[in-house]
Design a protein around this ligand. Structure first.
Ligand SMILES: Cc1ncc(COP(=O)(O)O)c(C=O)c1O
Length: 381
């Protein structure tokens, strides 16, 4: 027997992985409206840049901080899109997707016994990396006001203890679809100042926003206390390229660099070249993808009842709280009796109970068939 470390026993497969295992043993045909993976191809000019870089022999080790050209492109993007100034030489680190950005941040920040505030419900893959550091995630109760999830400062205060070193925030917020307003972020920033809490800001869905909602990076309000985590995965349909970045004050970037140097050492060099082209090249592709998600979101809202209209991201929550049936039970019945795969809100924490997350990251025929099955299942339930 090969021994497994005790700290690994605190780790859990993500909700998506657990449900995928269930799906494999469920007789089909099934339609999945589950995953957060764009079905759109990576724009051609980005693929071409990678091909060119490969052909030019860009296959050696990358700079551990990230290739200078990509760090400059990230600094340019942060200024252009977010009004943030970061020094590419010292304040930016290129990571293997958003996932490694989150991991490097937590690993560089947390000690055994620390705690991290996370909204409830939240993207469940935050919890295991927090536990891996020996820290504890502390759920912050959300509230639903007029069909929108919010994170009241009163809930932050209620959850806070002196062990809370950080707040891990996601805007636009997976799974709820909320885009925090500047006013909400100002209150959250004031809380962080008051309680000496660092803000880890996962902004991976920033480019996908609707109905005039706009993404505000909390770093615009709280730069010295914020670690910005972002990736090209969703914005440019580049999930499989595994490229992301963090931006933070230089001293903390140095700590994260040490974590990165002893583990991933960053994305492939030719991938970094293509990522620089994605960030600094024509941005029409981003607008086109956003228009496509806008059409899909409309289709979801006209096809289903009880939709909590997302302000950002590509997930819609269905509000089934009045049925008083556990969301996991509803999900299982939709899977086994109606052949449609969605995720129960409770998979993201008790605060998601009574809701279902429906993804429109896939469109076309998949979305149409999935919505038809879902409509049929919901009516029957
Ligand atoms: C909120 C959130 N953060 C991070 C990630 C992971 O990003 P990446 O694929 O760039 O590692 C996801 C993926 O679904 C996500 O939903």
């Amino acid at each position: 027997m090969i021994p497994v470390a005790a700290r690994v026993s605190a780790l859990r497969p993500t909700a998506v992985n657990s449900i995928l295992a269930e799906v494999r043993t469920t007789p089909g045909p099934l339609v999945s409206l589950m995953r957060g993976e764009p079905d759109l191809p990576t724009p051609a000019h980005i693929v071409e840049a990678a091909n060119k870089a490969l052909a030019a022999g860009r296959t050696m080790y990358p700079d551990n901080r990230g290739e200078p050209r990509l760090r400059e492109a990230i600094a340019e993007k942060l200024w252009r899109d977010n009004g943030l100034r970061y020094d590419p030489a010292t304040e930016i680190l290129v990571t293997t997707g958003g996932t490694f950005g989150i991991y490097a941040t937590l690993a560089a920040m947390l000690n055994e016994g620390d705690a991290v505030l996370v909204a409830d419900p939240i993207y469940d893959a935050y919890l295991s990396p927090i536990r891996l550091t020996g820290a504890t995630p502390v759920p912050v109760r959300s509230s639903i006001v007029e069909s929108r999830f919010a994170l009241p400062v009163a809930s932050l205060e209620e959850a806070w203890t002196p062990a809370c070193k950080a707040l891990l925030l996601n805007t636009p917020w997976n799974p709820t679809g909320t885009v925090f307003t500047r006013a909400e972020l100002a209150e959250i920033a004031a809380f962080c100042e008051r309680r000496n809490v660092t803000l880890i800001s996962d902004e991976i869905y920033e480019a996908i926003v609707y109905d005039g909602h706009s993404h505000v990076s909390p770093a615009a309000l709280l730069r010295e206390r914020t670690v910005v985590v972002n990736a090209l995965s969703k914005t440019y349909a580049m999930t499989g390229w595994r490229v992301g970045y963090v931006a933070a004050p230089a001293e903390f970037v140095r700590a994260m660099l040490l974590v990165l140097q002893q583990s991933s050492r960053g994305p492939s060099t030719f991938v970094q070249d293509a990522a620089a082209v994605a960030l600094t090249g024509p941005q029409d592709c981003v607008g086109e993808m956003q228009a496509e998600y806008t059409r899909r979101r409309k289709l979801v809202s006209t096809s289903l009842e009880r939709v909590m209209m997302p302000e950002g991201g590509f997930f819609a929550m269905l509000d089934l709280r009045d049925l008083r049936i556990p969301s996991d039970l509803i999900r299982k019945r939709l899977l086994t009796e109606f052949g449609v795969v969605v995720i129960h809100g409770a998979a993201y924490g008790p605060g998601g109970e009574g809701t279902l997350r429906v993804s429109f990251a896939s469109g076309g025929e998949v979305l149409e068939r999935g919505l038809a099955k879902l409509r049929h299942g919901m009516a029957a339930l």
